[in-house]
Design a protein. Sequence first.
Length: 334
Amino acid sequence: MAAFLASIGDTVTTFLDAAGQFFVDLLHLHWISLLISLALFSGFLVARSRATFNALRAAYPEETFQWRRVWGAYVAAFGLNGIVPAGSGSIVQLVLTRNSIPNSSFSTVTSALCVGAIYDGLIYTGATVYALTQATLPFPKPKDFASLSSFDLAFFSRHPGATLFALTLLGELVVLGFALLSARVRAFWLKVRQGLAILRQPRRYFVGMILPQSLGWLLRIGSYWYLLEAFHIGGSLRGALLVLAAQAIASIVPFTPGGVGVQQALLLVAFSSTGHTDSVAVFSVGQQIATTGLTLALGFVALVSIFRYRSFREVVRDTRRTRQVERAAETTPA
């Protein structure tokens, strides 16, 4: 326990030191590169939300709803996921999107929102495999995770049995849940199938999902290229792929907001041979601060101008209230 708490302390201290240095070094950033990076990242958000809109439109062909509301829900969630742990912002996206589509259900909207994860998973997997298999790259290998200054990575690396137990328990709870709700399972899967409608239309899936997602990923890679330039690390395709690989691994154990602790630990090693240690430390946190700040700003504008909320706290509170009402409706006998 003492070692675990010490690891948490090291992670927090390293993050705070790097964050503090980021704000001290603001004047030394390459601002043109930073602005280009943020513009490209904004384009990524637009392309990605358009792909999500197309999946939802395939699921609800007879309903009329606006793409700007799907975009607003996506950027609000992206921003919240950068400051709250365990991907909690995704619940906000689900509720805002569901409320934007007449006669929609959480099950169908959830499955439609997950369609994009298929292609995203391929990209993340490709970047991670590249980072882990290139012998000339200093990117940490799984056997090195236990020694990194990230308590979540270190914990799961040192306790593989606990990880396996947690995954097994989760699987058993899912199976038990289906057994208890067997009377509702068929209706549930029909709604899920409806959300995956675009996958049964190959041409529509390619044009509506693959093409905008591909554009989005090109813009995102370009954004990281210019972020590396902005922090004087040196922009390159190789560097952008290493950032993606770090984010992919961080998404598996997102116990710090946006997985920032894992990303920082991985990037400090990944760029150790290409930049000064202080510059790499500042970049490892600064890139997260820059993109999170952008998405929070866009998300707040969307909440106020599109959804008519006055704060993120208000939308989180309304999200909880909506989920409670939905659960009560599901448990009420017909």
